[in-house]
Design a protein around this ligand. Sequence first.
Ligand code: ZN
Length: 69
Amino acid sequence: MERAFEASGGGLDYLGDWHSHPDNVAEMSDLDAATLLRIARKVSSPLMLILAGSGSEWSPKCWMGPWAR
Ligand SMILES: [Zn+2]
């Protein structure tokens, strides 16, 4: 992230959003998709990272917007 920030001359300061789905799967909900679309109106190619799982078993999944269902 630091390299990307420096390479952009300080213009890149936001990559996207992340959150977790405890006891669930790493798939986008309708709200997640709407959120990524809303972010994509302001940021070029934003990322949406979701961590899902429970206990010591968690896995990530990441999307790049814009995203449409
Ligand atoms: Zn979600």
